[in-house]
Design a protein around this ligand. Structure first.
Ligand SMILES: Nc1nc2c(c(=O)[nH]1)N[C@H]1C(S)=C(S)[C@@H](COP(=O)(O)OP(=O)(O)OC[C@H]3O[C@@H](n4cnc5c(N)ncnc54)[C@H](O)[C@@H]3O)O[C@H]1N2
Ligand code: MOO
Length: 394
C-alpha cells in the first residue's frame, strides 16, 4: 500500500482580512473616454461640466407672442424653434408669434401665451408681465457648471444630461473585464444532467453579478480537468484573455486529484494573496496575481460556496477597479442562527422590518437559499447576537 502524504492544514485567512486583501490588490482603472452606451453604469473619472449653457440663448417658455412695450402690438413676424431668428430687435409696440423653445428676439420683454392673447388682423392684444415666460440663457444650467462630481455613477438620466450639455463621449473608469473559466469534466452546460454529471450553475450567475459590481464578463470558457488546459488559459497573452483584468477560475480550488489551481498558479510563478478563507461556505477560495498582470480569483466548485467567494474576493476587487467606495450595511438577525467557533458564516437572509430573516436551504452545493434571499448575513466566529453586516445580493 502506498501512503500519500497530504499538505498539513494551513490556517486560513479571516473573512474580513480576505475581503480587505482583495480590495487592496488592485488600483482603480485609468480614465477613458467612452460613448454613452458603454458609459452606462460606470463611474465618472472626472467632473461632468456643462459644455454649453441651458438654455443656450434666451428662449420662449410658451407658445404665444413675444412682445415689447405695452399692447396692443403690431405683429412683426413669426419665430419657430429650429427656424430663422427674427431679423432685428423688437421695437416698443411690436410682437412676433413665437413657439416654445424658439429664441426670443432682442428687445422682447415678455411672452404672452395664446391663452392670454386676443389676436386681430395683423395685431394682437393682451397684458404683458415683464420677463414672464422667457427662459434666460443659462437659467437652468450655466455654461461651465459642474453638474456631476467625479465618482458619480453614470445612470440613464446622467446620459441624457450629458447629451444636453454637448457631450458625445464620457470620461469614465471603464468596466473591468472578467474572463470566466469553468473547470470540471463532470460539468455540463445544457439540458438535464445525466448520472454523474452536474449542470454548470456558476457560469450563468457570474455575468449578472459581475455587471452589478461594475465589470463585464468578456468570455466564459469551459475547460476539462487537468493542469494543462488551465495553465494554457492562465498563461495566454492579454489578447488571448480578451484583455481581462481578472480571471475567475470556478472549481479546481480544493485538494482533490483534479484540483489543479494551486499547482498551476505555483508553476506560473503567481503571487498568491489569499489561499483559503475561514468562511463557510467557500473556504477553498484563492486570490493570486499572475506575473504578467491579471488577478486570478479561484472560486470553489460548490455553487453557493462560489457565490460567497465571489462576494468576498471578486466583488471587492471589481469595486476598487471601478473606483467605487466601499459601503457597509448592518442590521439585526432573527431566527436561530449559531456562529461557528472559527469560521465566519454567510447566511442567506431576506431583509424585513423586523430585521434579517434566514431563508434556509443554504447547503454549499445549492443556490436555492441564495435565490430566495436578498442578502447574506455575515456571522463572525463567536458572534454574540449583536448587529451584523449584511452583504447585498445582486
Ligand atoms: N479534502 C478536502 N476536500 C474538500 C475540501 C477540503 O478542504 N479538503 N473542501 C470542500 C469544499 S468546502 C468545497 S467548496 C469543495 C471545493 O471543490 P473544488 O473547488 O475543488 O471544486 P470541484 O472539486 O471541482 O467541485 C466541487 C463540487 O462542486 C461541483 N461543481 C463544480 N463546478 C461546478 C459548476 N460550475 N456548477 C455546479 N457545480 C459544480 C462538483 O461537481 C462537485 O460536486 O471541495 C470540498 N472538498
Ligand atoms: O466551500 Mo465548501 O462549499 O464550504 O463546501
Amino acid at each position: 500500500m502506498t501512503l500519500v502524504r497530504h499538505d498539513p492544514v494551513v490556517e486560513a485567512m479571516s473573512w474580513e482580512a480576505a475581503r480587505r486583501v482583495a480590495a487592496g490588490s488592485v488600483q482603480p482603472l485609468g480614465a477613458v473616454p467612452v460613448p454613452p452606451a458603454e458609459a452606462l453604469g460606470c463611474r465618472l473619472a472626472g467632473p461632468l461640466r456643462a459644455l454649453v449653457a441651458v438654455p443656450g440663448v434666451d428662449v420662449s417658455a410658451m407658445d404665444g407672442y413675444a412682445v415689447a412695450g405695452d399692447g396692443p402690438w403690431r405683429l412683426a413676424g413669426r419665430v419657430l424653434a429650429g427656424g430663422e431668428a427674427h431679423p432685428g430687435p423688437l421695437a416698443a409696440g411690436e410682437a412676433v408669434e413665437i413657439a416654445t423653445g424658439a429664441p426670443v428676439p432682442a428687445g422682447a420683454e415678455a411672452v404672452v401665451p395664446y391663452e392670454r392673447a386676443v389676436a386681430g388682423a395683423g395685431s394682437v392684444d393682451g397684458v404683458a408681465e415683464a420677463g414672464r415666460h422667457i427662459r434666460r440663457r443659462g437659467e437652468d444650467i450655466p455654461e461651465g457648471a459642474v453638474v456631476l462630481e467625479a465618482g458619480a455613477v453614470v445612470t440613464p438620466v446622467a446620459l441624457g444630461l450629458a447629451a444636453a450639455l454637448g457631450h458625445d463621449d464620457l470620461l469614465v473608469r471603464p468596466r473591468p473585464g472578467v474572463l470566466v473559466l469553468i473547470t470540471g469534466d463532470e460539468v455540463v452546460h445544457k439540458g438535464r444532467p445525466g448520472a454523474g454529471r452536474v449542470r454548470d450553475a456558476i457560469g450563468p450567475f457570474l455575468p449578472g453579478l459581475v455587471e452589478w459590481a461594475g465589470g463585464r464578463v468578456t468570455d466564459t470558457v469551459h475547460l476539462p480537468d487537468g493542469p494543462s488546459a488551465l495553465r494554457a488559459a492562465l498563461s495566454a497573452p492579454p489578447e488571448g484573455r480578451g484583455g481581462a483584468d481578472v480571471v475567475v477560475v470556478c472549481g479546481a480550488s480544493s485538494k482533490g486529484p483534479a484540483d489543479h489551481l494551486r499547482g498551476v498558479l505555483a508553476a506560473l510563478g503567481a503571487d498568491v494573496l489569499v489561499d483559503g478563507v475561514a468562511v463557510r461556505p467557500g473556504h477553498p477560495q484563492a486570490l493570486a496575481r499572475l506575473p504578467h498582470g491579471p488577478l486570478v480569483a479561484g472560486l470553489p466548485g460548490n455553487p453557493f460556496a462560489a457565490l460567497g467567494a465571489a462576494l468576498t474576493l471578486l466583488v471587492p476587487a471589481l469595486r476598487r477597479l471601478t473606483g467605487t467606495p466601499a459601503t457597509r450595511e448592518t442590521g439585526t438577525l432573527g431566527g436561530d442562527v449559531r456562529s461557528h467557533p472559527r469560521d465566519t458564516r454567510l447566511v442567506p437572509v431576506r431583509r424585513t422590518r423586523e430585521g434579517a430573516v434566514p431563508v434556509g436551504h443554504d447547503r454549499p452545493g445549492s443556490l436555492w437559499g441564495a435565490a430566495l434571499a436578498d442578502a447574506l448575513a455575515v456571522v463572525p466566529p463567536g458572534w454574540d447576537g449583536e448587529r451584523i453586516e449584511l452583504i447585498e445580493l445582486p
